[in-house]
Write a protein that binds this ligand. Structure first.
Ligand code: ADP
Ligand code: MG
Length: 307
């Protein structure tokens, strides 16, 4: 078979195109992808059609080369593709694999809603979780994800992660949220003490109700660092109590992390309000909801914050 480019050059001569341009076009038509495309569509493309398509073929090859050399292109993130349109070759721009991947990652990240959580949470992955001494809690996290994916409509109790400062409780919550996001499920992670401050600030503007509503209805909710601040009766009964009551009724998976065990949380944090009064019955009611929603796990290990 004759070289298409050579034949084309003959045709181009007839059209009085400059030598330089003829040379460029000949090179463009020598491109393997172009040659294959023309061969596949030869019944649709006459010589005259090829001449009329020359500038498009040139565009295709030029952009392809630029991409291969990492040079700047007019529409970043897209790669050129040859298409046939009414007996003419044209160039369509389709999203590159990198762009599709970046879009997918963005969609995954958008499924994790977080408030005042450390940056490292965004990158936390269960596969990076250092297992030593934490096999049980890691396995439970993996099991949760598996069960939730298998039956998103069924109630799967969440986890109450207890452990001292810096052992990786927040990291684990982030890893679970990211794992669920990869599978298409949304989670909301709240640093509870910061959420409490934001709520108090929103009181005068009347925005608290909407904030509580959106949190209580989150498909998966993770309350981080519960017990780290001082609780007022209002926060306990009208915020935490309301959120947990709703989640218990609706059977929505809920996670907690705390420096306190469930017992300590009940006896210290939930019982004594910020005026120093003991309200053990109210504390017990909240604790019953937490126990319904989550199973307690102790996370052990060294403090990783300054290692
Ligand atoms: P906690 O919430 O228990 O106080 P963090 O989750 O904030 O602890 O973890 C403390 C630091 O250690 C963070 O910088 C976190 O990214 C890192 N980290 C925690 N667990 C792991 C792990 N298993 N593998 C790698 N880095 C970890
Ligand atoms: Mg933490």
């Amino acid at each position: 078979m004759k070289n298409v480019g050579d034949e084309l050059a003959q045709q181009l001569k007839k059209h009085n195109w400059t030598k330089n341009y003829q040379q460029l076009i000949r090179q463009a038509f020598a491109d393997q992808e172009v040659a294959r495309f023309i061969k596949e569509n030869q019944t649709e493309l006459s010589k005259e059609d090829l001449v009329r398509s020359a500038s498009k073929v040139y565009e295709f090859v030029t952009i392809k080369k630029k991409l291969a050399n990492g040079e700047e292109v007019p529409v970043p993130g897209y790669r050129p593709q040859l298409i046939l349109n009414n007996h003419l070759i044209e160039v369509a721009y389709v999203p590159s694999e990198q762009l599709l991947l970046a879009r997918k990652q963005q969609a995954v990240r958008a499924r994790v809603r977080s408030l005042n959580m450390p940056k490292s949470v965004k990158a936390a992955q269960l596969s990076d979780y250092d297992l030593e001494g934490r096999e049980e809690v890691a396995a439970a996290a993996g099991n949760f994800i598996e069960q939730y994916i298998a039956q998103p409509q069924t109630f799967i109790p969440g986890m109450y992660l207890e452990g001292s400062f810096g052992v990786g409780k927040t990291f684990l919550l982030g890893a679970i949220a990211n794992g669920l996001a990869e599978e298409g499920y949304q989670s909301t992670l709240l640093h509870f003490p910061s959420f409490a401050v934001e709520l108090k600030n929103a009181i005068s503007g009347g925005g608290t109700l909407a904030m509580i509503e959106s949190v209580k209805k989150a498909p998966i909710l993770m309350l981080d660092d519960l017990g780290a601040d001082q609780l007022s009766s209002w926060l306990r009964d009208d915020v935490l109590g309301v959120i947990l009551q709703y989640r218990m009724q609706e059977e929505l998976s809920t996670f907690f992390s705390s420096n306190l065990s469930m017992k300590e949380l009940q006896e210290q944090y939930l019982t004594i309000n910020n005026r120093g009064e003991a309200e053990p019955l109210k504390a017990r009611r909240i604790m019953e909801r937490i126990r319904f929603l989550a199973r307690e796990y102790t996370v052990i290990g060294r403090n990783r914050r300054h290692s």
